[in-house]
Design a binder for this molecule. Sequence first.
Ligand code: SAH
Length: 416
Amino acid sequence: MNPTAAKPTAATRLRLRITAAAESIVRAGHPWLFADSIHELNRAGQTGELAVIYDRKDKFLAVGLFDPDSPIRVRILHAGKPQTLDAAWWQARLEQALARRRELFDEHTTGYRLIHGESDGWPGLVLDRYDTTLVLKIYTAAWLPRLEEILSLLKEKIPCERIILRLSRNIRSLAERRAPARQDGAILFSHDAGTVPGAPIVFLENGIRFEADVLRGQKTGFFLDQRENRAEVEMLSRGKKVLNAFSFSGGFSVYAARGGAKSVTDLDISAHALASAKRNFALNENFPAVAACRHETIQADAFLWLERAPVKFKFDLIVLDPPSLAKRESERAAAIRAYEKLNSSGIARLERGGILVAGSCSAHVSAAEFFDAVRRAAQKSSRKFTELKTAQHPPDHPAAFKEAEYLKVIYLKFMT
Ligand code: SAH
């Protein structure tokens, strides 16, 4: 960056030029522009200001949010014809995301994603609804200076009682320095004058009541992305002995119980997650099948437990949905090996006729790589198996470009 660049003023718009390769990537609709593909900048950019990208012929190419602290230096908001991003534009962009979900859920589901980042045209921003609470999670500091604007837009367009702010881990310390009132877990708006919701928020998913720790929980408090797979597990669980490894708050487990599972065992390393799973079972005792299901919890490292627990621990259905095993590209090969090993140990604990539901949320491991790793584990077990199905993103978590495709699940049934 040129240290003698002019000081930013309202009048000098941040303009940049990029490499030919980046130009075609942006033209093709990719939402990320990395720092190393920028070769000309008219001045130093500020966090969250709009950067306008021009092509080699000096024509408008795209406009995006500038973030000097991230390797993803610009997150594209609009590419194509020149466009002014005024209030009406932002409003239309929000309405698009809301319209996309309008017919997806009825009153039995009050927890789902309203805005899914880049794939909804809101790069680095997520908005989840939990009943009357909205949770806004941001993954780039570029949104911090724009929070007021977004907040009034959300309040105007989405009926809600409170809006909570969550920050991704990597921007928490930066936010502390620059926006002390905008901390992780801050209440941005509340109908009842800023009172902190003391207990977790309770919402509905296909009629099941779940709690979400919206102030401190992982993601925004719940793994909303697995809703469809949970419903599938409900259908597969009648009369079964179910193991939910990496159970978190027992999402898959309550569904299995409602589907008539004989017993459900939640296995997680976190006591906090298992305590939440117990509360989620208690919240659904109104369903006779949930009340009748034996629920157990095991606090352990699931990788080790699956390998080492006594052989008597066998199950008819096992859900294996670990946290991301590849946080960066360099960890991809090791993650694929780890998936194969983990699923091998899971398969070894399946009874005859047992079903494996194997999930991955590693964006750096492709669906094909993951599915093949699980199939290899199945083949190496020398058991006869059939593939029931594979699944990827639910419609409230769209994936519009390759790096956004993180979620994949494969279902295998072992005949012998
Ligand atoms: N399947 C869950 C989400 C899983 S999130 C759902 O649908 O809600 C990943 C979970 O794995 C977290 O609860 C975390 O506490 C747990 N976890 C992380 N490492 C673990 C380990 N080594 N052994 C067991 N659980 C682990």
